[in-house]
Design a protein around this ligand. Structure first.
Ligand SMILES: *Cc1c(COP(=O)(O)O)cnc(C)c1O
Length: 399
């Protein structure tokens, strides 16, 4: 997963070019910046890499979701469907634009279950957000087909799957738009940062204007002060230093994925010897960004026993059934409707609770997540660490 493992001279050189101009802002400062436009260059490079027509850099993956939802016209009274296994940011962004998140089950892909999606579509559904969790593909073609049938746009949360593809096509380019995160632990990182990609020029324009207080960026004699505004926006602008680091990291992305694939293959081979083990369904192994290895044991008790042995041997795996960041039943603040707003917004409106979340609403996902163990795959797996994990897995074989 982490681009920070390969952070080095290339990132330094890129950032120094920004320090040499002293211009940290992505717009304006014409003569002073000596032709250096790092964020713009990063957007162009990212669009070209993914094969999307347009890319809009923003301050984070969460901001990318918010900007994209805003550009799609989502607001109060709308519902947005996403999956119950994701990072909290996905539904925070939905609530932040005023809409209500609706959660689907995940299936063996650990991503959105299309059959459950179909059941949860209502006349209020304004967008669908499948998430390519843990580096690998959601059933994006099926999801897109269902969404198309109902005329609902698809936003792919690709925060965890930069460099991932499905049959050669980049994740994030199947829906109306895709969003990425470059936070500190993502596959490529700019410390904080995000991107929206789309083939829809008008959607991109809306993202571009919304992320910069509504500025239309039309060249005019008054410069930035003379720009027009079609609608209100907010500030989610990326800094030049982030753009510079992004260029260096993007150039390493295919290498990162290739190294992770090698390391994942080694660990998968060892895990395949565990009694009763099965693996997460990967729709296209060639397109897996290989940031994680997920394997399932027959039941929760067996998964706990195996993980106990792995832990005792310094190679404990993640069980997302226990992890509090990524799985629906653990989101106590969502389930409890906890907010700073004294009137209870966004859970309450006009003095009434507008949505109640049942912690037991996703039984199939619970059954699956509780017996799934996950290893994060490093870019650099040194021999001693590799041997620790392989030895631990070997000891767990007999459990
Ligand atoms: C990391 C992440 C985000 C949010 O990205 P930030 O850059 O940390 O704001 C959104 N969705 C998913 C699935 C993520 O993993």
């Amino acid at each position: 997963m982490p681009g920070f493992e390969v952070f080095g001279e290339e990132e330094k050189r890129q950032a120094l070019e920004v320090f040499d101009t002293g211009v940290l802002f992505r717009y304006e400062f014409g003569p002073q910046r000596k032709g250096v436009y790092k964020v713009r260059e990063f957007e162009q490079a990212f669009a070209q890499y993914t094969g999307a027509a347009h890319a809009q850099a923003v301050t984070s993956g969460t901001a990318a979701l918010k900007v994209a939802l805003s550009a799609l016209g989502v607001g109060i009274g709308d519902e947005v469907i996403t999956q119950g296994f994701t990072f909290v940011a996905t539904w925070e962004a939905i609530l932040d634009v005023g809409a209500v998140p609706v959660f689907t089950e995940v299936d063996q892909t650990l991503n959105m279950n299309p059959a459950d999606l179909e059941k949860k579509i209502t006349p209020k559904t304004k967008a669908i957000i499948p998430v390519h969790m843990l580096g690998a593909q959601a059933r994006i073609k099926e999801i897109k087909a269902i969404a198309d049938k109902h005329g609902i746009p698809v936003l792919e949360d690709t925060a965890q799957a930069a460099g991932g593809r499905l049959h050669g096509q980049h994740l994030g380019t199947f829906g109306h738009c895709g969003t990425f995160s470059f936070d500190a632990v993502k596959t490529m990182t700019t410390g904080e940062g995000g991107m929206v990609i789309t083939n829809d020029e008008e959607l991109w324009r809306c993202c571009s204007e919304y992320h910069d207080h509504g500025h239309d960026h039309v060249v005019n004699p008054g410069g930035r002060g003379g720009e027009g505004r079609r609608f209100i926006g907010f500030n989610y602008r990326m800094m030049e230093i982030q753009g510079a680091i992004g260029l260096a990291q993007l150039a390493k992305l295919d290498m990162i994925v290739a190294e992770q694939r090698k390391n994942k293959a080694i660990l998968k081979e060892a895990a395949s010897k565990l009694a009763g083990v099965s693996f997460r369904e990967i729709l296209d192994e060639q397109g897996d960004s290989a940031t994680f290895l997920a394997f399932m044991l027959p039941d929760k008790a067996q998964a706990a026993k195996v993980n106990q042995v792995l832990r005792e041997n310094n190679a404990g795996a993640i069980n997302f059934g226990e992890n509090t960041w990524h799985f629906y039943p653990s989101w106590e603040h969502l389930l409890g409707g906890k907010t700073l707003a004294e009137n209870g917004w966004p859970f309450n409106a006009h003095g009434k609770r507008r949505v109640i979340y049942d912690p037991a609403a996703l039984p199939a996902s619970c059954e699956l997540m509780n017996r799934t163990l996950v290893y994060q795959i490093p870019v650099k797996l040194d021999e001693s660490r590799r041997d620790v994990i392989l030895t631990a897995l070997k000891k767990a074989e007999a459990v």
